[in-house]
Design a protein around this ligand. Structure first.
Ligand code: GLA
Length: 501
């Protein structure tokens, strides 16, 4: 866990400890201890989380070790009669009460889903993670030659999370072709977390009941002209609490190759409980090396949220892309906080190795059309991976039109591979520019204000370009009158995206 997260958790613990406890009773039951929660899933996997609680009178402090991967501080703890109520990050809410020697727990996740579980007392040592194995000497691995332009595809996580299964993946492949996305350049169908079962006696990774036959699934996806991606973690469990690759790196890479996998997203998760931040490069090198040797070209996507300046070393571990931030959420604040902060990393991107500001939320319902066009335009200017994160089976015409706008996609896929930077900003209007292989520039004129604005600037002072002879509007698909300046309306939270040469 990064230092700033630890500090934040510490502050939250202190805040929880100092909080007055409304409705507290003098004789609140003692919840102090380490408690294991088992959550059996219908697909044959049982997830484990731990609550590490300390109660002093009505005050409850502690943390939850979510899925054995992430330790998160207890927040806003208070007693409601016999019940302790508290939150952890991600909008999760716990209601806990004594049930004999055990605890009765109800966990809700900010939506309609809730889990009811029993928490069992366990010794504090039960939460001790496996010991860190030896890490390899650092060296520079060869470029795997893949992803000369940013990957385009679909990933299950943003919309489906644990509700992904074989059917959903086949449907996504069908819809990618039927919707015109494949023809527009989308290629990867990527299964994120929750596909994993345990391991067999020989240590081979197994799928759970949601994925009865991974080889057959990859054959189906390949028959559509598409590629199949998968997900794992260098830790003992993934972020979702499923089997990780710790100690099985080469074996797992061989299994992926045998199953016809074309892309691996490798997510830090519980590795943070075993290794130090200083070990990041060596740990990712281990899997990079295994992929190089597995006999099949597999694109390598590093997911460690931008820790340890990953952009400076990811290409040396054969990484094709690397997450630069924590998880995106389907709202304007999250998307813009990530997207408009990427310019500082622009120089690290280029053919074969890309900054990854996380997957797309377009079509998931949390933003309006103008905001989703901003999302797509910004990601294309940033030469970001274009991983649709919506339900491709049921997308609206507007969503499809955004995801398949070929003129905007051409900016993302421009072979020069140069990422945009902010050229000019004033009063919530930002102009981002990106040089293109054919000699022109792509320009995004963004309005971060809540009202429509007129953007007005001269080419020379704002985008460092002399008056272009040709200006093309990439959303309206029209040519604009060339001149020495731009003057036009930009909708609230919207964008005008141009190509000028
Ligand atoms: C992390 C990643 C997400 C997703 C989940 C799956 O949070 O950042 O993109 O892969 O794990 O558990």
């Amino acid at each position: 866990m990064p230092l700033h997260t630890r500090l934040k958790n510490l502050c939250l613990l202190l805040a929880a400890a100092l909080a007055l406890a409304p409705g507290a009773r003098a004789a609140a039951p003692d919840l102090t201890g380490t408690w294991r929660i088992d959550l059996p899933k219908p697909w044959g996997v049982t997830l484990h989380s731990y609550m590490i609680l300390r109660q002093e009178g009505p005050f409850l402090t502690g943390s939850v070790l979510v899925n054995d991967a992430d330790e998160i501080g207890v927040q806003e703890a208070h007693m409601e009669g016999e019940e302790a109520v508290f939150h952890v990050d991600w909008g999760w809410k716990f209601r806990v009460r004594r049930d004999g020697a055990n605890l009765h727990v109800v966990i809700s996740y900010g939506g309609p889903d809730a889990d009811v579980a029993t928490a069992y007392p366990v010794p504090a040592s039960a939460t001790t993670p496996p010991a860190a194995p030896a890490i390899p000497e650092l060296r520079t691995l060869p470029d795997n030659g893949l992803l000369r332009t940013p990957p385009m595809g679909w990933n299950s996580w943003n919309h489906f999370a644990e509700k992904v299964d074989d059917r959903v993946v086949r449907d996504a492949a069908d819809a990618m072709v039927a919707s015109g996305m494949a023809a527009a350049g989308y290629q990867y169908i990527n299964i994120d977390d929750t596909w994993e079962g345990g391991r067999d006696a020989a240590g081979n990774i197994l799928t759970n009941a949601k994925f009865p036959d991974m080889k057959a699934l990859s054959a189906y996806v390949h028959a559509k002209g598409l590629k199949l991606g998968i997900y794992s973690s260098p830790g003992f469990v993934t972020c979702g609490g499923y089997e990780g690759s710790l100690g099985h790196e080469a074996q797992d890479a061989a299994t992926y190759a045998a199953c016809g996998i074309d892309y691996l997203k490798y997510d830090w998760c519980s590795a943070g409980r075993i290794y130090k931040i200083a070990d990041l490069r060596a740990v990712y090198q281990k899997m990079g090396d295994a992929l190089e040797r597995c006999g099949r070209p597999i694109a390598y996507s590093l997911c460690e949220y931008g820790m340890g300046d990953v952009w400076t070393w990811a290409p040396k571990v054969s990484g094709n892309l690397w997450r630069t931030t924590g998880d995106i959420q389907d709202n304007w604040e999250s998307m813009t906080k990530i997207g408009f902060d990427q310019g500082r990393l622009a120089t690290f991107a280029g053919p074969g190795h890309w900054n990854d500001p996380d997957m797309l939320e377009i079509g998931n319902g949390g933003m309006n059309g103008a905001e989703y066009r901003t999302h797509f335009s910004l990601w294309c200017l940033l030469a970001a991976p274009l991983m649709a994160g919506n339900d491709l089976r049921s997308m609206s015409d507007d969503t499809r039109a955004i995801l398949t706008n070929r003129e905007v996609i051409a900016v993302d896929q421009d072979p020069l591979g140069r990422e945009a930077q902010r050229a000019w900003a004033q009063d919530g209007i930002e102009v981002w520019t990106r040089p293109l292989a054919a000699g022109g520039i792509a320009i995004g004129i963004f309005n971060r204000n809540d009202q429509q604005r007129t953007a007005s600037f001269s080419w020379a002072e704002s985008v460092d370009a002399s008056a272009p002879r040709h200006v093309r509007d990439l959303w309206n698909h029209t040519d604009l009158a060339p001149g020495s300046s731009f003057n036009g309306a930009v909708p609230a939270h919207g964008v005008v995206m141009l190509e000028a040469k």
